[in-house]
Design a binder for this molecule. Sequence first.
Ligand code: ADP
Ligand code: MG
Length: 361
Amino acid sequence: MAGIQIVGVKKSFGAVEVIPDLSLTINDGEFVVFLGPSGCGKSTLLRMIAGLETVSGGDIRIGERSVVGLAPGARDVAMVFQHYALYPHMSVRDNMAFGLRNINMADAEIDRRVTEAARMLELTELLERKPMQMSGGQRQRVAISRAVVKEPGVFLFDEPLSNLDAALRTRTRVELARLHQRLKTTMVFVTHDQIEAMTLANRIVVMNKGRIEQVGTPMEVYHFPATRFVAGFIGSPVMNFFPGPLVPSGNDFATLRIAGGFDLATRVPLAALPREAKLTAGVRAEHLVVDAASTFIAKADVVERLGERTLVYVTLQDGSFAVAETPRDVDVNPGETVGLRFEAARVHLFDESGKAYHAAR
Ligand code: ADP
Ligand code: MG
């Protein structure tokens, strides 16, 4: 077991700077997810922790010691990739044991570890099979079990579920969460999939262009995104954004004139906002609710009935688009004109730099 400290780490490939300067502390036993769009540097950061990539500057500490000079095998980490490279001619058992035999571990200890890992990942019945005789999900579980038998201080996962179909991805995700609960070992997991991040992480590290936008629990990044980037990246459907000028509100909270004339009264304290800021309001579909009593009028274009919620995609009076939600007992059909009510306490404001301002709690 070990925590990880990343201190002022930089990475360039030739003249291309991928990570300008990144610091992060991952606690012992924590499940941390690096989340961000493709190309933002997640894998590079993970590979530097693993020792598969050198750092261009800064320090990485695992447990008590700096690992920047250490080979991957000396770092007490085990990594699982998206492309699980199993040995096709070997049984599951031999695939799992291979790395341990290579370091001359005693047979009895190898047996103990393989049996234990197989039990945890429900591979006991499959130990004598070859990878060819297994499904993609089973093969990925073998790849994970190969890391488990090493009993590392830290697990590193790089998009390990991306090659699985949707149903298997969900199941394997739950198995990973169970595995973490049992082992309580530090896990660092890279993904561009916000659902994986939300469901697996103790804390999510949202990355953008080699920088950290926010570090927080799933609920923190969802309800209190630190930046417009985080607000737009997390949540489905994507948050609605409405730019507009501040207008006098008659109280201590900001009112924004949006969508060509509607005065949106927020609960964001005026005192928190920078002077003369150009602002954009942000609100999620579930906090923009169909309500006949509202004077914020829109035309329903598309109604998506998803079972647990019904989304209404609308065109606003200034021609811009938004997505709202309709309560269970309010039926909406395409072409109808609807009123939309903002849940003021859930409206965020963003300044030009992207910094977020939330409603007073
Ligand atoms: P992510 O995992 O978030 O999709 P990566 O860490 O793989 O992103 O890549 C971050 C950036 O670094 C990308 O622009 C990528 O093209 C670049 N990059 C990654 N590895 C190399 C390499 N070996 N040589 C040159 N550029 C690289
Ligand atoms: Mg990657």
